[in-house]
Ligand binder design. Structure first.
Ligand code: SF4
Ligand code: F3S
Length: 104
């Protein structure tokens, strides 16, 4: 499966949702997540994300985000259409420690 990581927080460009063939993205206030059981591992969303937030779960950096993707994809609403990114999205691209600062 693929999962969304910290780099999505406060960026939420949503280019990813347009290309997913099984519509398995879910939207929170600050970021999107992938439902790990619905993702068919096609990989097409990975290169679409400007801050490179989407990783295969085999990536060492992805490990800690898998359970977060699983948990929130059960409660957040499904998103299938691209929408405008937050006005300040570009200023948060590449920022460190976004989870600590904005999420928890
Ligand atoms: Fe959707 Fe494919 Fe990305 Fe999985 S890898 S979230 S199925 S586009
Ligand atoms: Fe987030 Fe990247 Fe999609 S910033 S909303 S995972 S395109």
């Amino acid at each position: 499966t693929y999962i969304v990581t910290e780099a999505c927080i406060k960026c939420k460009y949503t280019d990813c949702v347009e290309v997913c063939p099984v519509d398995c993205f879910y939207e929170g206030d600050n970021m999107l997540v992938i439902h790990p059981d619905e993702c068919i591992d096609c990989g097409v969303c990975e290169p679409e994300c400007p801050p490179e937030a989407i990783l295969p779960d085999t990536d060492p950096q992805a490990d800690q985000w898998l359970s977060l993707n699983r948990d929130f994809s059960e409660t957040w609403p499904n998103i299938t259409r691209k929408k405008d990114a937050p006005a300040d999205a570009d200023s948060h691209k590449g920022e460190e420690n976004k989870y600590e600062k904005y999420f928890s």
